[in-house]
Design a protein around this ligand. Structure first.
Ligand code: TRP
Length: 448
């Protein structure tokens, strides 16, 4: 992605671009994180605010990142440098690119820990550990995993090794092709699990929980969490989408493409919720148990349905796959950064960046056992990494992107680039100049 030559590679088709962007967006954030956040924050109020954040703030920023990337035709840091110089704006805009790289590094460290859980569950599914288990049995299985640092380190290392291996080769071709078939398969399995949810007797309760808001539960923390997750799930605020945009031809309609990616991403997250919460209610499981939620609910389904063995194996293989495609998009910018700023080769840069994130990941996974009581600002290391990135770095970087697009670029150029008439453009302008930035700022200051 560091191509600085004149002839810049391009996506072979609009469809290829949309799929690649969806591949980065859809990951653990949709299937692991979204449901447990809904569970932790009391349900529908969070879901509705999340949807508002996705469409009113996430979508314009996604368009903004693509637009900058397509203009800059370089990696995010150089793109910000170039565009700031061209538009006569401050050099400080490069900070937007830099904070993105830092966020990528921090997210990767704990993302790989969860990717490791997913791998561990592939093993459990294969050897039939879910068969006939109820909520308690599965719960014990998960608690056992968390309690043992050595086993967690093993799976985390394996996941990181796979990610490093793929990024070191610099090949995305085969992987992208695989993603095109595997991601739809994952979506198909989710639909199957939603159908299973309908048979558990907990489905109506799950619908109520997810879509009937109890506004009395609402507080600022929930809004910040929803906003942060909107960034996380759309891969915003790190320059990833900016990098994708730099491979984009002039003919692609950014708004249309963004709408497609956002809708796909949202539908998958909601489906994950509709697959998980019926099982939670039907089995009397704990809604607010945090990061372990999918790992103690879905296996209950796999252990009790016909062909559950196969569905279980398939599910965790596909989940791992979705995690890997996203992890790659997290490692890539860090590698690029190391490669450009040090004399190291591509391979050495990948290994150095990967090992550094891996080491930080070890600290993160120890918060589930040995370092459970080690708190900084009241948070364990895992939660600290998550909070720092989702709630601070990503929204701030995203804010920088949208402010730059809306205030520093020539308005008329942007209007033409988005293919909007004057009327629709004033709507865009309202969103991009005021609503999205002010929204981010309000949520931010409300929480400080
Ligand atoms: N969006 C991915 C998910 O939902 C995670 C991810 C990949 C990400 N690349 C990113 C998050 C860049 C923020 C920025 O799992």
């Amino acid at each position: 992605m560091t191509t600085t030559t004149k002839v810049h590679a391009q996506w072979s088709s609009r469809m290829g671009f949309v799929l690649a962007a969806t591949g980065s967006a859809v990951g653990l954030g949709n299937i692991w994180k979204f449901p447990y956040m809904v569970g932790d924050s009391g349900g529908a109020a969070f879901v509705l605010i999340y949807l508002a954040c996705i469409f009113l703030i996430g979508l314009p920023i996604l368009v903004g990142e693509w637009l900058l990337g397509r203009r800059g035709q370089k990696n995010p840091i150089y793109t910000m440098q170039d565009l700031a110089a061209k538009s006569g704006s401050s050099k400080a805009w490069v900070l937007v690119g830099l904070s993105g790289v830092l966020a990528a590094f921090l997210i990767l460290s704990f993302y790989s820990v969860i990717g490791g859980w997913s791998l561990a569950y592939v093993k459990d599914a294969v050897i039939g550990n879910f068969a006939g288990q109820d909520g308690d049995g599965i719960g014990a299985l998960f608690t056992g995993l968390l309690a043992s640092p050595a086993i967690l380190v093993f799976w985390h290392s394996l996941f990181m090794l796979i990610t490093i291996g793929i990024v070191a080769r610099g090949v995305t071709g085969g992987l992208e092709k695989a993603a095109k078939t595997l991601m739809p398969a994952l979506a198909g399995l989710l639909v199957l699990l939603v159908l299973y949810g309908m048979t558990t007797g907990g489905f109506m309760q799950a619908l109520d929980f997810m879509f009937k808001p109890d506004w009395s539960q609402l507080h600022g923390g929930i809004v910040l969490a929803a906003l942060g997750h909107a960034f996380f799930t759309l891969s915003l605020g790190m320059g990833i989408m900016m990098a994708y945009g730099s491979y984009l031809g002039e003919d692609v309609n950014l708004l249309q493409a963004a709408r497609t990616v956002v809708i796909l991403d949202t539908v998958i997250a909601l489906a994950a919720g509709l697959a998980i919460f019926p099982i939670v209610f039907a089995n009397g499981l704990d809604l607010g148990q945090g990061p372990g939620l999918i790992f103690v609910t879905l296996p209950v389904a796999f252990g009790n349905i016909t062909a559950g063995w196969l569905v279980g194996v398939a599910f965790f293989v596909l989940l791992t796959f979705a995690a890997i495609t996203s992890a790659i998009s997290l490692l890539e910018p860090v590698v690029e950064f190391v490669e450009e700023r040090t004399p190291l080769s591509r391979l050495a840069s990948t290994v150095v960046a990967g090992i550094a994130a891996w080491a930080l990941g070890i600290l993160a996974l120890l918060s589930f056992n040995l370092l459970g009581d080690f708190l900084i600002l009241g948070l364990n290391i895992f939660d600290l990494l998550d909070t720092l990135t989702s709630k601070f770095l990503l929204p701030l970087t995203g804010l920088g992107v949208i402010l730059f697009v809306a205030w520093c670029l020539e308005k008329e150029d942007v209007r033409k680039e988005l293919g909007l008439d004057i009327y629709d453009f004033s709507l865009w302008n309202l969103l991009a100049r005021y609503l999205a930035p002010v929204g981010v700022l309000i949520v931010f200051f409300a929480n400080l």
